[in-house]
Design a protein around this ligand. Structure first.
Ligand SMILES: [Fe+2]
Length: 436
């Protein structure tokens, strides 16, 4: 009886991965219908079985295993805006396996399946692997030092330097969007976290707030005509929206079109505070209605149970947060993001990969030379039907990449398309020749 109730409690507090389809590499589907539906309706899908165990083992052996000295001193691993970890593409031969995961055909197919588009219509917007370490109890700090977005505190400073192991509940949109997440059923992106450790041992399982249908007051609320917003809807605090006058400041979410603005770094007046306790204390003092709303999110959250190779597919508008590790533990994950290629309002989190062409390793060039067209396209390479291609650009690109060790592979699709278009004298051949 006791074990039965414990089992029920586990089911309530945690989410467990399910296995993906067992199909060959040419299939257009990797995820089951239930996984696809979970991502589309609930905002996430937790899956196992996409990555080969050997590849996962290789990463566990070689990547982000550096322990404390660099971390303690704050030097050694730091790269790109204070980030400590491995950005795509890794130029180090020992950690190039991370590149294989980034361009893994089944990950690309799964992301395209969720967006309902073809692989070459997606672009990679982020790929980075990093370790998280358990920390001793935080020192008492002046709370104002965490308000990284306040003009007087840390102008130009990365929130990385103020990150907390016990995060406030948030959505990732405000790290990526120049605008705001699109309507729920018009997602621009697929985000993912790939776990390389067992969260039952390390702790630190991501906590998520599953969306509960189109009327869920924590999420966009779909309205007739495709508009979304919670106006007039009853929020979890029992107030509308939250509506009415609120808080000592007199500012409330009364007129806000979406509850997903109610997070640090979201609506412009809400300062960036990463730590849960500090963030919610701030809301309690300044916006009690938003505080009540956010407490309802914490009460609904479920924690991911992951083993090495588990992947959490989620969205930039899924409420979630990072949780603390168990003492003495380290947990490694890889964050990735694919977007629709025309979603220019979602910008790249990582530096452009052309920056890494400035390297004797020629890692980027080798990736492009050996990749399939689907893999190239998610990096921004033009697909076979692109207007970019004509006999001149085809010949020049062949000349550029054919001399890379291993040669240029998987390029016949482009050659055939150019030959078909230009041998028949159609589709801009004259225009292109005159430009040449
Ligand atoms: Fe996040």
């Amino acid at each position: 009886m006791e074990s039965h109730s414990r089992h029920l409690e586990e089911q309530t507090r945690y989410v467990y991965p399910t296995r993906v389809l067992d199909v060959d590499g040419n299939s257009t589907k990797v995820l089951t219908a239930a996984q696809e539906d979970s991502w589309r309706e609930n905002g996430f899908a937790l899956v196992d079985g996409i990555l080969e165990p050997d590849l996962v083992d290789q990463i566990r052996r070689n990547c982000c295993n550096e322990v404390s000295p660099a971390r303690e001193s704050g030097v050694g691993l730091t790269k790109d805006n204070g980030f400590r970890g491995i950005l795509f593409p890794s130029l180090d031969p020992a950690t190039e396996c991370v590149n294989q995961v980034t361009l893994h055909p089944r990950i690309i197919t799964a992301a395209a399946q969720l967006l309902g588009i073809r692989e070459h219509e997606m672009r990679l917007s982020q790929s980075e692997m990093w370790p998280k370490f358990s920390r001793p109890a935080q020192r008492e700090e002046d709370a104002s030092s965490r308000l990284a977005s306040e003009p007087s505190a840390g102008v130009g400073q990365s929130p990385f330097s103020k990150s907390s192991p016990d995060q406030r509940v948030h959505i990732d949109a405000f790290n990526h969007y120049l605008t705001f997440p699109n309507h729920w059923y018009k997602p621009d992106c697929v985000a993912m976290i790939i776990y390389y450790d067992n969260t039952e041992i390390t702790g630190g399982g991501t906590a998520i707030v599953p969306r509960e249908g189109p009327e869920d007051p924590a999420y966009h609320i779909c309205q007739a005509g495709g508009r979304s917003g919670p106006s007039g809807r009853s929020g979890p605090s029992g107030r509308s929206g939250p509506s009415g006058r609120s808080g000592p400041s007199g500012r409330s979410g009364q007129n806000d079109p979406s509850p997903q603005l109610w997070t640090p770094g979201g609506r412009g007046d809400l300062p960036w505070i990463d730590d849960r306790t500090l963030a919610e204390d701030y809301f309690l003092e300044h916006h009690p209605d938003i505080h009540a709303f956010r407490q309802s999110l914490y009460s609904r959250e479920k924690q991911v149970r992951a083993t090495p190779g588990t992947i959490l597919f989620y969205r930039l508008d899924t409420w979630h947060r990072g949780t603390p590790l168990f003492p003495g533990q380290m947990r490694r994950i890889q964050n990735m993001l694919f977007k629709r290629k025309h979603a220019e309002w979602v910008t790249s989190w990582n530096a452009g990969i052309s920056r890494d062409m400035y390297s004797r390793a020629q890692t980027v060039e080798r990736i492009i030379a050996s990749a399939t067209m689907k893999q190239r396209c998610v990096l921004g390479f033009p697909d076979a039907e692109s207007e970019y291609w004509d006999p001149y650009t085809l010949a020049a690109c062949k000349a550029r990449f054919s001399k890379i060790p291993g040669g240029l592979k998987h390029f016949s699709e482009v050659e055939e398309a150019v030959n078909a278009r230009f041998s028949s004298g159609v589709s801009g051949a004259k225009r292109t020749r005159s430009q040449m």
